[in-house]
Write a protein that binds this ligand. Structure first.
Ligand SMILES: [Zn+2]
Length: 201
C-alpha cells in the first residue's frame, strides 16, 4: 500500500482473474433481480447488499479495511468501522458518464476497480475538509488524479472531496465500500467547528 498523495492510499488488491470472477458473480445475480441504484448520485450501478454480497463486504470491512484504516486514517477509523454501504458503479457512455465534486457518507471509502477496458473516468481528489469548510476553494497542490486500473484500490477518508472525470471510451466498473463508525458518529458534538485534519486551515 502506498500513500500516493497526502492521505490517499493505493493498493494492489485483486489479481485480474479475481476481478473478472467478482464482476461475473455480480452480473449473474443482477440478471436474477432488478438492481437497486446505489444512491442519489448514480442512475446506474447496483447496491451489493440486496444481491447477497453483505457477508463478503462485512468480512472485507472488519478484517482488512478497519485494521488498515485504523493505522492510516486514525482520525476517522480509530474508533472502529462497524457498518458499511457497498455498491457497484458503472461509467460508460450509456451509463453514468461522470460524477461531480462531492464527499462520501462514510468515515473511510474503499474504491476498487474491477474492470473493464476504459479510457477516462479518472478519480480526482480535491482536499480533505471538515463539514464547515466543505465548499472552500481547492488549492492546486491538493488536486491529485488517480488513474484506475483493474485490481487497484484507493483508500481515502469520506470527507476527502473528489469527483470522477468524464469517461472517454469503454466501461469502468468499480466496487465502492463506504465504511462507517457508529462510535465516531455518536461522539460527534453536532457543533460545526473546524477539525485538526481539515486542510482549509
Ligand atoms: Zn475546516
Amino acid at each position: 500500500m502506498r500513500e500516493v498523495h497526502p492521505r490517499v492510499y493505493v493498493l494492489r488488491m485483486l489479481r485480474p482473474e479475481a476481478c473478472r470472477r467478482l464482476l461475473a458473480g455480480i452480473d449473474e445475480r443482477r440478471a436474477l433481480a432488478p438492481a437497486v441504484p446505489p444512491n442519489s448520485m448514480h442512475d446506474h450501478g447496483a447496491l451489493l447488499g440486496p444481491l447477497g454480497f453483505d457477508d463478503l463486504l462485512a468480512d472485507l470491512r472488519e478484517h482488512w479495511i478497519a485494521p488498515l484504516a485504523a493505522r492510516l486514517l486514525p482520525e476517522f477509523a480509530g474508533r472502529g468501522l462497524d457498518t458499511h454501504h457497498g455498491y457497484l458503479v458503472e461509467y460508460a457512455h450509456d451509463r453514468d458518464e461522470e460524477l461531480g465534486f462531492h464527499v462520501d457518507d462514510s468515515e473511510v471509502t474503499l474504491n476498487l476497480c474491477l474492470g473493464d477496458r476504459f479510457e477516462g473516468a479518472e478519480l480526482t481528489m480535491l482536499g480533505l475538509r471538515c463539514d464547515l469548510h466543505r465548499q472552500s476553494p481547492v488549492r492546486r497542490e491538493e488536486m491529485f488524479e488517480h488513474v484506475h486500473e483493474p485490481g487497484l484500490a484507493v483508500l481515502h477518508a469520506g470527507r476527502h472531496r473528489h469527483r470522477v472525470e468524464p469517461i472517454v471510451r469503454g466501461s469502468r466498473r468499480n466496487l465502492i465500500l463506504w465504511c462507517r463508525s457508529s462510535a465516531l458518529r455518536a461522539a460527534a458534538s453536532g457543533a460545526l467547528t473546524c477539525t485538526p485534519w481539515c486542510d482549509a486551515r
